[in-house]
Design a protein around this ligand. Structure first.
Ligand code: PMP
Length: 409
């Protein structure tokens, strides 16, 4: 675990962690939905508004060049951070959702047709289901779904057997936002590549916790959101292999993404701008850099180790001390996400009572209704840890769950 003094210094960077709710210290355990933001990221946004605000890529004036420099520096830093070969393979989007929509619409539109097949898994977030269904309605391909076992691990035998000569694309999450399961991404990609099938990885839940190396994984596309990794909201990243991105048609049309426009025909800009129509979030994008620096300073291994210790401690206590607790997702090596129910009590009741005790958790289907259907439940209560969480907070959470279990009877 991270030492107490180090943790204190880390927490001091997050003003929001000092809040109280209902006269108690706030215990924020909804990090899977969004993590909190260190002051250095907030400072970068403030500086973007107070010092360098100018639209990018369009101006000869100093301010515009400074803003453009900051944005393009952020692209380079993101590329280096995920191990991309070139910064031109990094496309800024609004989030994971937009990144997946981009790939589904542009690449999927190219490779998936009548009679073809796409492989997804039952643990996908709606963001990695619905964009494909929208395309399916236009193109008429079928979607095959990889099931999970009782611990929440993908059935890799079933995965292999779902491939056919009509499989054109595979898309799955690196880590599940409900079960916490970390999928064997490298092996799964290799399996698809043996059949020359490209793969998109939804990295929304992996990027905040695991070191990502897109080239080592050999991912064709990799998507994630900055707001879940201590960064600004409203910004995401799509990594794509250059050879694929170059073949793909633009996703949206507008300014920034063109080379030349005329009514007799338009030519498009080079990568990555071909996929970045309109004014980007040029204030937010540079603020990804301090978020990456924050994680690098602590170290991804230290972050994962700390969160894992909190997960183990909390899981052990919940199982030992809360009668009727039901955990969903117990795969070895999972992320620090605990999805649970207390007996048959509705997750909203549990979540609302926990909130009154100052504990912020998420309740409901977590945008994974097919997974809920598979588990035979409507929803869960979900507590998830970030690097700034402490053992005291984990204990406060377990004590609060015990109290809620007693109240609900
Ligand atoms: N995929 C997964 C696994 C997620 O957890 C989330 C966010 N809950 C998303 C995709 C969508 O991310 P965003 O809302 O930031 O686009």
């Amino acid at each position: 675990m991270i030492s107490d003094s180090r943790l204190e210094a880390i927490r001091a960077e997050f003003p929001i962690l000092g809040r109280e709710l209902y006269g108690r210290p706030m215990t924020y355990l909804d990090n899977t939905a969004t993590s909190q933001t260190p002051r250095r990221v907030v400072d970068a946004v403030v500086s973007g508004y107070t010092q360098t605000k100018a639209n990018v890529h369009r101006g000869v004036h100093t301010l515009s060049q400074e803003a453009t420099g900051l944005q393009e520096e952020a692209r380079r830093r993101v590329a280096a951070w995920i191990g991309a070969e070139s910064h031109e393979e990094v496309i800024f989007t609004r989030g994971t959702t937009e990144a997946i929509n981009l790939v589904a619409s542009s690449f999927g539109g190219m490779v998936l047709g009548e009679g073809d097949e796409l492989i997804l898994t039952v643990m996908e977030h709606h963001a990695n289901i619905v964009p494909w269904q929208l395309l399916q309605a236009r193109k008429g391909f079928s979607i095959k779904v990889v099931p999970i076992d009782a611990e929440g691990r993908l059935d890799l035998g079933a995965y292999r057997s779902l491939f056919s000569e009509r499989t054109r694309m595979v898309s799955f999450c690196h880590a599940s936002n409900v079960l916490g399961t970390v999928n064997p991404v490298r092996e799964m990609i290799a399996e698809a590549h043996r059949r020359c099938v490209p793969v998109l990885v939804d990295g929304a839940q992996a990027a905040p916790h695991l070191r990502i190396d897109v080239r080592e994984l050999d991912a064709d596309f990799y998507a994630f959101s900055a707001h879940k990794m201590y960064g600004p909201s409203g910004i995401g990243v799509l990594y794509g292999k250059r050879a694929l991105l170059e073949k793909m048609p633009p996703y949206q049309g507008g300014g920034e993404m063109i080379e030349h426009v005329s009514f007799s025909g338009t030519t498009f800009a080079e990568l990555p701008f071909k996929f970045e129509a309109g004014t980007p979030d040029f204030v937010g994008i540079p603020a990804i850099v301090p978020a990456i620096e924050f994680m690098e300073e602590i170290g991804l291994d230290a972050i994962a180790g700390h969160e894992h210790a909190l997960l183990e401690h909390t899981t052990e206590r919940l199982l030992a001390e809360v009668p009727g607790i039901r955990l969903f997702g117990t795969a070895p090596g999972k992320c620090a996400i605990i999805s649970f129910l207390i007996g048959d009590h509705h997750p909203y009741d549990v979540g609302m009572l926990l909130d009154k005790l100052g504990v912020e958790v998420r309740t409901g289907h977590h945008c994974a209704q097919p997974l809920m259907e598979h588990l035979g439940i409507e929803g869960t209560v979900r507590a998830s840890f970030a690097v700034y969480n402490t053992i005291e907070e984990a204990d406060r959470f377990v004590d609060a769950v015990k109290r809620v279990a007693m109240i609900l009877g």
